[in-house]
Design a protein around this ligand. Sequence first.
Ligand code: CA
Ligand code: CA
Ligand code: CA
Length: 198
Amino acid sequence: MKFDGNGDVWFDNLYLYKESGGGGGDGTEPTTAAPNPTVDQANVYSLFSDVYTNATPSTFTETWGEGSVEDFQVGGNNIKKYTDLNFQAIGLSETVDLSAYTHIHVDVWTPIENKFGIKFQDFGADNVDEYPNVDDSEMELASSTTQSAGTWIGHDFAIADFTGLSGTAHLGQIQVLLGSVEGGTTGTAFIDNIYIYK
Ligand SMILES: [Ca+2]
Ligand SMILES: [Ca+2]
Ligand SMILES: [Ca+2]
């Protein structure tokens, strides 16, 4: 450590430190919480966030999905930890009309660089999820933002970019994707602040 200057300088309190709740991590899990969202609650339909009043998804996993979920906390801040995540579904408690909303946001932390994606499924006018689809429509997209390792990355998708969706007036399911998205690798993902906004 070298000090450059021009004249007399007095020093005090010279020390290295770590952020509260941070440091000491081995890189396998976040040691800080994701940044708090700032979009106004009035313009948000939140599925999971400490900041907003959340809607009630019926589940954060489905048996046919690939990847398990558990609750995780950093300093009291709630996070969903997905392990061996390929694709996994967030099922809404019932279909909801989100046609007035324009974007979805998700904060993601991964221990290795990866690709993150979102899939929407609209259940159609009958509000029923059928397979194969009859009046359902669905589409997935990889985020254009790189999921860098060891840091919270905020992903924002414009719903209009999901051109395979007939609409979001009967939205029934949102999937979070890691391994199944192009360029992605199955692995661990910490996910927070899942909300749709306008
Ligand atoms: Ca949180
Ligand atoms: Ca349907
Ligand atoms: Ca379906």
